[in-house]
Design a protein around this ligand. Structure first.
Ligand SMILES: Cc1ncc(COP(=O)(O)O)c(C=O)c1O
Length: 357
């Protein structure tokens, strides 16, 4: 006896990274949060919120935030759709565009939620392996002709960016929707926003969770031709973004200086941490995000009998440092480590050095 559809019974469910309580004494480098506080201007808006704002339902289209994002990005407000995190946009896209027989395609390894959402919808799934150096398998992705194709750029967990020319080739070759998930774009050297001008099938996803230090607020948005957004609006929850997120998010968007200063600190630290990890013998992938994918196979072979990175994840956890270990093909000998503050990064390197001795 079951209450659920067969695909829900079969579903493992998405497992988010651990979220210890805020007062737990851990260095948290496992879910790619920004280690610096949000914009003081945004926090001021939060403090001054009036009860009246909460008595009423919020603006269904999050107009104030849309306006703020429109100004920053230089795209018309009606090309922007706001969501409860960019995960909400992923849900809308899968809901609106896929079903059994209308498939979802993405390169692997990537953000695991694409698979979970497609499984919930009972959509067909085709996973195409990235090349070893995370070059995008463009021809295979085009040949698959998914109803929806997801590309995270920068990708998680590799941190690698797909060049815009390749994304344009994909956009041209696909008749379905191309989702370019730019959750980590604030830390990257290029983005694909210009593609929305000439490609009606492209939607770019952004979030305030990473660059803007607002993962707890749950605010993300999609940028696409209004005709594509119209279908997504039909399937979204009516009040998918709450009044607090709209007001605080609009203020955060307006404070680009704050975001840019923190992003620069993280990019500088990323260079430093990468050098130190390489000195310790780890293999790194070229990251344009706020984390590093760290390969351990050389160290595992030289110093330990295990061929899994899980034990090092556990050793770090015992010592109060949380990083991310994925029990997945191609990732079992790797850890994904978020860039923290200078103090946190120094503690990480010191602890790793101790673990390896
Ligand atoms: C590639 C990718 N897309 C989307 C998200 C979700 O972002 P949000 O917090 O806006 O839902 C994440 C979160 O880690 C991510 O790694």
């Amino acid at each position: 006896m079951t209450y659920f559809r067969p695909n829900i019974d079969a579903l493992a469910g998405y497992v988010p990274g651990e979220q210890p309580s805020p007062d737990a004494k851990v260095i948290k480098l496992n879910t790619n949060e920004n280690p610096y506080p949000p914009s003081p201007q945004a926090l001021q808006v939060l403090k001054e919120l009036e009860g009246e704002l909460l008595r009423r339902y919020p603006d269904p289209m999050a107009g104030a935030f849309r306006q703020a994002a429109s100004q920053v990005l230089g795209v018309p407000a009606d090309w922007i759709l706001v969501g409860n995190g960019s995960d909400d946009l992923l849900t809308m896209i899968i809901r609106a565009c896929t079903e059994p027989g209308r498939g979802v395609v993405y390169p692997m390894p990537t953000y695991v939620l694409y698979r979970t959402l497609a499984q919930i919808q009972d959509a067909d799934i085709l996973e195409v392996p990235y090349q070893e150096d995370y070059t995008l398998p463009v021809e295979e992705l085009i040949a698959a002709q998914g109803a929806v194709t997801f590309i995270a750029s920068p990708n998680s967990p590799s941190g690698t960016v797909v060049p815009v020319e390749l994304l344009e080739k994909l956009a041209t070759g696909l008749s379905g929707v191309l989702v370019i998930d730019e959750a980590y774009t604030d830390f990257a050297e290029e983005n694909a926003l210009e593609l929305i001008k000439n490609h009606d099938n492209v939607i770019i996803l952004r979030t305030l969770s990473k660059g803007y230090s607002l993962a707890g607020l749950r605010l993300g948005f999609g940028i696409a031709n209004p005709a594509l957004l119209a279908g997504l609006i039909k399937v979204k929850d009516s009040y998918n973004v709450d009044a607090i997120a709209i007001a605080v998010g609009a203020a955060a968007m307006g404070d680009q200086d704050h975001k840019n200063t923190n992003v620069q600190k993280i990019k500088d630290s990323r260079v430093q941490v990468a050098i130190e990890l390489e000195e310790l013998g780890f293999k790194l992938y070229p990251s344009q995000s706020n984390f590093l994918l760290v390969g351990l196979s050389k160290i595992l072979a030289e110093k330990f009998t295990s061929d899994s990175a899980e034990f090092l994840y556990k050793m770090l956890k015992q010592r109060g440092i949380l990083v991310r270990y994925f029990q997945q093909p191609r990732l079992e000998d790797k850890l994904r480590i978020t860039i923290g503050t200078s103090e946190q990064n120094a503690a990480l390197i010191k602890t790793l050095r101790n673990c390896l001795q």
